[in-house]
Design a protein around this ligand. Structure first.
Ligand code: 26Q
Length: 814
């Protein structure tokens, strides 16, 4: 199929007819979107089939990225870009009198993730396809993605995200590839011909139906697959037959309980302990995924004992870690392989990424619950643990303390991180600092035991979505300035360094930032009826709301700045627009209070005309992939201010940098590496180091009250939280107040306050020197190529998966 404009116009009209049987003038942008999407999908499908055939014929090793979350956002524009047909589609639709950008904008975001971990999975899929890695996603087709956030009277209100209600043009249901997943029941081991046979009875069978979404590589004809599983009842006529039995309600209830498995994404990015439905979700997609991988493998007629040469399974945090036991079950129970051989293969196949060091986020499952739901899997974990503990016992000369410390099953809980380490050949952190903390603190005993397993893979982001798609003006200017090599080789962005001091180039970059800021200002005006000055500094903190990310620190500085402005209206500052965007987990009370606080401060400041135009505070609702794409290109200052040691990596930090924002940051996560690459002059660093934070925890010698008592500014601001100054009840912010003062400020907000104020003042001074600022901005863009997920994924392929890139350039896939 060749797509030229005339062909497209024709095919588009035909699609409209076949889908809607109405004349084009009767239809609206939603229909246009569906028709164009469907057309593009047809076009992609040809390459999908060719890619598959190529992989099969060449017996290419495949990697499967198992993840509970894929935060992929909209797909139409990125597919068009990767296929190289965006311009021609835009022209075709424009000639038909259709507003192309409106058509792009009506697509629903696929918000099947909470935040960083889910978005990372989506960036990796894009990069794997684009650099030629046969890599596929495996996850859950949640009927409801992450909730939609509304702000009502300053509070977060959650609305269900019914993203499938109009159908989803990118998916293909493949019922003939369904598999059965078994829950509960009784397991018996019997000896038959000297072989141990496993009999699983009285289990509940669930039908796992795959929905496939094509992942299009950039300009290389490769199409990989994202397979999302849907839970359904096994017997299609189930409710009907029961109806005949007069048991209709029971059948309906049963159907509901089965479908509830894939009903909703857990809206929590740290911990929601011990929920049986979540464990069901985990085993459901993992078992379905592994069964379908084995089925494909068997089709290739390769011996099972070579599985590890042809398959890698990557587990995105511990959420899919039952995969280790499930693969053992499939090999030992269903394929009659010996334990030893199955174990060798399983550990070679599996690799694990850790995304967090927050103790409360480390997954544990209560033994009783686990055993009941997954009896055979539990037995297998017990056996894995029995053997592992034996090794530890031998290695440490019978030291039982060591065995207890490292045991996978301990205190009636299964520690999933430990299972993941023991059952994988690779364990990686997501930024240098994070990996060091894992090795030297959190997982030290495992690092001592298995040093060869541990490695670092600093996160990355796809520059196609986060620069080419979201900031087309900047991408074009980069093309004009250094050519287009960087598109396929993002490290080439480095060439921009040569022009960072060139005033005429700086001006062009500044103009684009300004144009983007004007666009966002218009959006804000139309949505919130607030006037924003596009010449003000756009200072943005956009990420999940969490105490460790310290949105509170940002707000406290704003309050202090406001106090200073009220005392001295002539204070020499560049007008600043502080923008927040963040969802809080619905059950995370303190995080939701912080949203109310931000909105209360915003109300107070935005309505104070005495300081007008010097300060604005905005909370943009419903942060997600699409809003991120709109905010990031407009940002001057990127807020990356987590308590050092707490943010595993961060990826927003990379997105902002790539769009020319200057970062104000603690030395946490990947901020450390951003600083290393841009140099001290092109980033503003403040605050405690990870080492200092860890020492304070250890020595318990931080007392937040001392700061309250000795720092008049802190005293004043905290008092303003509870004395009616913010036009809310005096009690409204009691819990925030108490967390800072009486619970000793777990995240060192007050401790870092003074350094943060200084850092913000420094930002103000730097921005006043326009040339200096634009130099910093350009140097940030120039050095962002290293954070393209193309590089990250290439390292995974090379150092973990042992998969070579395939190169299709000028080569047919046939
Ligand atoms: C666990 C148990 C029960 C319910 C929910 C969860 C759960 C869900 C999501 C736990 C964690 C997550 C997500 C974690 C996450 O997004 N971590 C982020 O991963 C990014 C990619 O590596 C890093 O850049 C961030 O630093 C890290 O916070």
């Amino acid at each position: 199929m060749v797509l030229d404009k005339e062909f497209l116009k024709h095919a588009f009209k035909q699609k409209l007819t076949s889908l809607f049987a109405e004349d084009i003038i009767e239809l609206n942008k939603y229909h246009y979107f569906t028709a164009l999407g469907s057309l593009v999908k047809d076009y992609i499908s040809e390459n999908l089939m060719k890619t598959n055939k190529y992989y099969l014929n060449h017996k290419q090793k495949q990697v499967y990225y198992f993840s509970m979350e894929f935060l992929i956002g909209k797909l139409l524009e990125s597919n068009l870009i990767n296929l190289g047909i965006k311009n021609v589609c835009e022209e075709a639709l424009t000639e038909l009198g259709i507003d192309f950008n409106e058509v792009l904008s009506v697509e629903m975001d696929a918000g099947l993730g909470n935040g960083g971990l889910g978005r990372l999975a989506a960036c990796f899929l894009d990069s794997m396809a684009s650099i030629g890695i046969p890599g596929h996603g495996c996850g859950i087709r949640y009927k409801y993605g992450l909730f939609e956030q509304k702000i009502i009277n300053g509070y977060q209100v959650e609305v269900p995200d019914n993203w499938l209600k109009e159908g989803y043009v990118w998916e293909t249901r493949k019922p003939y590839k369904s598999v059965i997943v078994k829950f509960g029941g009784d397991v018996e081991l019997i000896k038959e011909d000297d072989e141990l046979k496993v009999i699983h009875k009285n289990y509940e069978p669930i039908l796992a139906v795959p929905y496939d979404i094509s992942i299009v590589g950039y300009d290389n004809n490769i199409v990989n697959n994202l397979r999302l599983w849907n839970a359904e009842t096994v017997d299609e006529d189930f409710d009907f037959s029961s109806f005949n039995n007069g048991d209709y309600l029971k059948a309906a209830e049963y159907k509901y309980s089965v479908e509830s498995i894939t009903q909703v994404l857990y809206p929590d990015d740290s911990n929601e302990k011990g929920k049986i439905l979540r464990l069901k979700q985990q085993y459901f997609f993992v078992s379905a995924g592994l069964q379908s991988i084995l089925r494909r493998y068997e089709k290739m007629k390769l011996p099972l004992n070579k599985l590890d040469q042809y398959i890698s399974v990557h587990i995105n945090d511990t959420h899919p870690s039952v995969a280790i036991a499930e693969l053992m079950r499939l090999l030992v129970d269903e394929k009659s392989m010996s334990w030893e051989e199955a174990w060798k293969i399983t550990t070679n196949v599996m690799a694990y990424t850790n995304h967090t060091i927050l103790a409360e986020a480390l997954e544990k499952w209560p033994v009783d619950m686990f055993k009941k739901l997954l009896p055979r899997i539990y037995m297998i974990i017990e056996e894995i643990n029995r053997r592992f503990c034996g090794e530890v016992f031998d290695e440490y000369n019978g030291n039982w303390d060591k065995v207890n410390e490292m045991s996978i099953i301990y205190d009636n809980n299964i520690r999933m991180a430990y299972l993941s380490i023991v059952g994988s050949h690779s364990v990686n952190g997501v930024a240098k600092l994070h990996t060091e903390i894992l090795k030297n603190q959190e997982l030290k005993s495992f690092y001592d035991f298995y040093p060869e397993k541990f490695n670092n893979k600093t996160n990355g982001i796809t520059h196609r979505r986060w620069l080419i798609e979201s900031n087309p003006k900047l991408a074009n200017l980069i093309n004009e300035t250094i050519g287009t090599d960087w598109v396929k080789h993002p490290l080439e962005l480095k060439k921009l360094e040569a022009v960072a001091y060139d005033i005429s180039v700086q001006e062009k970059f500044a103009n684009i930032k300004k144009e983007n800021k004007i666009n966002l200002s218009n959006y804000i005006k139309s949505k919130y009826n607030i006037n924003v000055n596009p010449d003000s500094i756009f200072d943005v903190q956009a990420k999940r709301l969490h105490a460790y990310k310290r949105q509170t620190l940002n707000v406290l500085n704003i309050l202090d700045l406001y106090n200073r402005l009220r005392e001295n209206p002539n204070l020499d500052i560049v007008p600043r627009t502080f923008i927040f965007a963040a969802k809080a987990s619905p059950g995370y009370y303190l995080a939701k209070q912080v949203i109310k606080l931000i909105n209360s401060v915003a109300d107070k400041i935005n309505n104070d005309h005495s300081i007008r135009d010097k300060l604005k505070v905005l909370f943009l609702e419903n942060y997600g992939v699409t809003l991120a794409e709109n905010i990031i290109p407009c940002t001057d200052v990127s807020e990356q201010i987590s308590t050092a040691s707490k943010e595993a990596s961060g990826t927003g930090n990379m997105k902002f940098m790539m769009n020319g924002a200057v970062t104000i940051a603690t030395l946490d996560g990947a901020n450390v590496e951003i600083k290393e690459i841009v140099g001290d002059d092109n980033i503003v660093i403040f605050g405690l180091t990870a080492h200092e934070v860890i020492e304070f925890y250890k020595n318990k010698n931080y007392h937040s009250r001392d700061i309250f008592n000795n720092d008049a500014r802190v005293n004043k601001i905290l008092t303003q939280l509870t004395n009616g100054f913010l036009n809310v009840s005096n009690y409204e912010f009691n819990d925030i107040y108490n967390s800072l003062l009486f619970n000793n400020d777990e995240y060192f907000v007050l401790k870092d306050f003074d350094a943060y104020v200084d850092a913000q003042n420094k930002i103000n001074r730097l921005y006043m020197d326009k040339e200096k600022w634009m130099k910093m901005s350009i140097i940030n863009i120039a050095n962002s190529g290293i954070f393209s997920s193309d590089n990250t994924v290439a390292k995974y392929a090379d150092e973990i998966w042992n998969i070579k890139k395939i190169n299709f350039k000028n080569q047919s896939l046939d």
